[in-house]
Design a protein around this ligand. Structure first.
Ligand code: AOS
Ligand code: ZN
Ligand code: ZN
Length: 393
């Protein structure tokens, strides 16, 4: 931080204090891969217990005040009651994640299925999710479609795009004034030949057609190896269409590992684009969410670690000397510009974050504080028969 004056340091600290990271309800439950979900002790038995765990993460980090729900995995009779329980725990319900990928009816797709009856069922589920948003006060409906085909000729690619557009339109028109639709893309899986929303360009084109309440979600695990994700971030920011992140890490295909675990430098480059565009502030509207599964590692500490990884990448991005960077870019100083980024990336920001936490009355080491809290021993004793999230997510 040596190159920054006191006002700049205060700005960095303030930005970090305001940073918000949303954790996913399904990451607290037993979840993993399609090959095996290894059950763990003390996992939540219902949505209320998932929220209780999310609240623990927030209490220890001070940075995770919202929790995303997944329908039907988090279906309850009274969503207003769930929202008020969350409030009592000190957290707020965040994005509603729809699920049109688990019923037998969706073998050939959901909203792009050739059968109009199946399409109706899928759209009705999405509309139900908007009803739930009304009850929970959630702003965002997150849509991910597993739709696609496995074999050339299996279905008409363009017709499937038409069906997708029609379904999205119906749901978009149902959104309230302050609600948004977040459209997520994924390169492949479970479809292996064509995927109906395979990339940011397809998601962006549909969002443009729909209107300003439709925004793209970047799930960091959903790209081909070597994809320059920060370019996608910069492009969508410029167009005002970056609605959210699903943060996680991948080594090969989408595998929902802890964000920042595989490539912390990539996470820094992504956060650098966010900071450069001044898009970190909650008022800017980007939802910074985690979309992860913790199959072999303990879940709550893994989620705390993930929140800290995002904070560390963000702190480094905030430390970039923007004036030096801009000057180097203007003068064509290639090495100087690169050095401005690398100097920030190579800074150890852990002491800064520890100090920041202490200033907020938090333990500087949230993972150690969790271990000491006795919470795990308590839930392991109390919660017998914790549930599986429903799918590998
Ligand atoms: C699927 O691969 C996606 O990443 C989605 O975000 C999915 O909706 C989420 O994992 C919860 O099901
Ligand atoms: Zn995702
Ligand atoms: Zn995914």
């Amino acid at each position: 931080m040596s190159h920054l004056d006191q006002a700049a340091r205060d700005g960095v600290a303030q930005a970090l204090r305001e940073q918000r990271i949303e954790t996913p309800s399904w990451a607290y439950a037993n979840s993993g891969t399609r090959f095996k979900v290894f059950p763990q002790q003390g996992v939540p038995r219902d949505p209320y217990e998932k929220i209780a765990d999310a609240a623990v993460v927030h209490r220890l980090t001070g940075a995770a005040p919202t929790v995303a729900l997944h329908i039907p995995w988090d279906r309850v009779d009274d969503y207003a009651d769930l929202a008020s329980y969350a409030g009592g725990q000190g957290v707020v319900l965040g994005a509603i994640n729809s699920n049109v990928f688990q019923d037998d009816d969706y073998k050939l797709g959901s909203v792009t299925n050739p059968d109009p009856g199946v399409r109706r069922k899928a759209v009705d589920h999405l509309l139900e999710c908007v009803d739930i948003m009304d009850a929970t006060g959630s702003r965002d409906l997150k849509l991910w479609f597993s739709d696609g085909t496995n074999y050339p000729g299996q279905d008409d690619i363009r017709d499937r795009q038409d069906r997708l557009a029609e379904a999205l339109r119906e749901v978009y028109d149902r959104l309230g004034a302050d609600q948004r639709m977040l459209l997520e893309y994924k390169l492949f899986e479970p479809a292996f030949y064509t995927t109906d929303v395979p990339d940011w360009g397809t998601a962006y084109a549909h969002c443009l057609e729909l209107g300003p309440k439709a925004q793209v979600v970047i799930d960091t695990g959903h790209h081909a190896p070597g994809t320059n994700i920060e370019f996608i971030v910069a492009f969508l920011l410029r167009q005002g269409r970056l609605g959210a992140f699903d943060f996680n890490s991948r080594f090969y295909a989408d595998d929902d590992l802890m964000v920042g675990a595989a490539d912390p430098f990539q996470l820094f480059r992504i956060m650098n684009e966010i900071v450069q565009a001044d898009a970190l502030r909650p008022e800017y509207g980007i939802a910074f969410m985690l979309d992860q599964c913790h199959n072999i590692e303990p879940k709550i500490p893994a989620i705390i670690r993930s929140v800290m990884n995002v904070q560390e990448a963000t702190a480094k991005a905030l430390l970039v000397d923007r004036e030096a960077l801009a000057a180097a870019q203007r003068s064509g100083d290639v090495l100087g510009a690169n050095a401005a980024l690398m100097d920030a990336y190579n800074t150890d920001v852990r002491p800064l974050l520890a100090e920041l936490r202490a200033g907020l009355g938090l333990d500087p080491d949230p993972i150690a504080a969790y271990a000491r809290s006795g919470y795990f021993e308590k839930i392991a004793a109390e919660r017998v028969g914790g549930r599986q999230a429903g799918w590998g997510a």
